[in-house]
Write a protein that binds this ligand. Structure first.
Ligand code: ASP
Length: 310
């Protein structure tokens, strides 16, 4: 029996102590705590890594603070187009959805694509038709209305810019959410969910639903969930690159993360971070931005919650 481990993120970016109120900090910490406890409960009871990452991500999707599910940012057209993915390290099975509207928990739909379709990635109207078939929960447009996101969109529209979550505050944050887990059977899983970029063009898809870029899990190497400027993460095939550095070059998880996040991404201007875990239960939470909402827990140890560079 392996000892379980779990890590989650709620986005990376310019998250500065100076632009944070104590009250806001506490709400983020409470939300991260709730999500990590939700996932941990599953692992503690002998549940699978896949169930744990799905449940932890759903908890974050249901919280308006994060750019996923309920709190998803506005597109240029004033809609919400959601991306999500999930992957099992046991057999590399994976599922993802891109540009879906009205889905309460896109990560659950990604899992349904993995388990109930013969495909890996479904997008737009086709994904929504599939969602109806598998009885995924739909919500009306006003469920996704969050005043803060609306204001961000108005500012982005006024300057005709396409911005990552919170860029228009002075605080710049990529609010995607994700989780990686190791269960007591020694299996890894990863999941990620996002609303993408504020004011993004209709149809724009980021790294989150791209297996190997925003999400990857393989029992032979690691489980990864990313957050950051998606275009750069796609071009760098970030999650799979870390796995490859471990598999082909023999790097440790820590070393592989350093190379990809602190060197390769930085060189092309890719701001962001990720959460990573291997079957030894090693957790690495690297980011090249000012901060990253993150939390982790290992069996028999107290949980860790972080926001800034410590
Ligand atoms: N990676 C996401 C995207 O580009 C954004 C984020 O991490 O918040 O869609």
């Amino acid at each position: 029996m392996k000892k379980y481990a779990l890590a989650i993120h709620g986005g990376a970016g310019t998250i500065l102590r100076s632009s944070m109120t104590l009250e806001k900090e506490l709400s983020y910490k409470n939300a991260l705590q709730l999500a990590i406890e939700t996932g941990e409960l599953i692992l503690k009871n002998g549940g699978t890594a896949l169930d744990a990452v799905e449940a932890a991500v759903m908890s974050l999707e249901n919280n308006p603070l994060f750019n996923a599910g309920k709190g998803a940012v506005f597109t240029h057209d004033g809609t919400h187009e959601l991306d999500a993915s999930i992957m099992s390290g046991i057999d590399l099975s994976a599922g993802a959805v891109a540009g879906v509207r009205g889905i309460k928990n896109p990560v659950g739909l990604a899992r349904a694509v993995m388990e109930k379709s013969e495909h890996v990635l479904l997008s737009g109207a086709g994904a929504e038709a599939f969602a109806k078939k598998v009885n995924a929960e739909f919500m009306p447009d006003d469920y996704f209305f969050v005043q803060m996101r609306y204001e961000q969109w108005q500012q982005a529209k006024a300057s005709d810019s396409i911005v990552l979550d919170h860029t228009v505050n002075p605080e710049k944050k990529f609010g995607t959410v994700g989780a990686v887990a190791l269960d007591m059977n020694g299996n890894l899983a990863a999941a990620t969910s996002t609303g993408g970029m504020t004011n993004k063009k209709h149809g724009r898809v980021g790294d989150t639903p791209i297996i190997g870029s925003g999400t990857y899990a393989n029992n032979a190497t690691c489980a990864i969930s990313c957050t950051g400027h998606g275009e750069f993460f796609i071009r760098s095939v970030v999650a799979h690159d870390i796995s490859c550095l471990m598999a082909y070059k023999g790097l440790s998880l820590q070393e592989a993360c350093e190379v990809v996040v602190m060197d390769k991404l930085v060189k092309i201007g890719g701001e962001g971070g990720l959460i990573a875990l291997n079957t030894m239960g090693t957790i690495v939470l690297p980011f090249n931005s000012e901060g990253m909402y993150r939390a982790s827990v290992k069996q028999g140890e107290a949980s860790y919650i972080g926001i800034y560079k410590d």
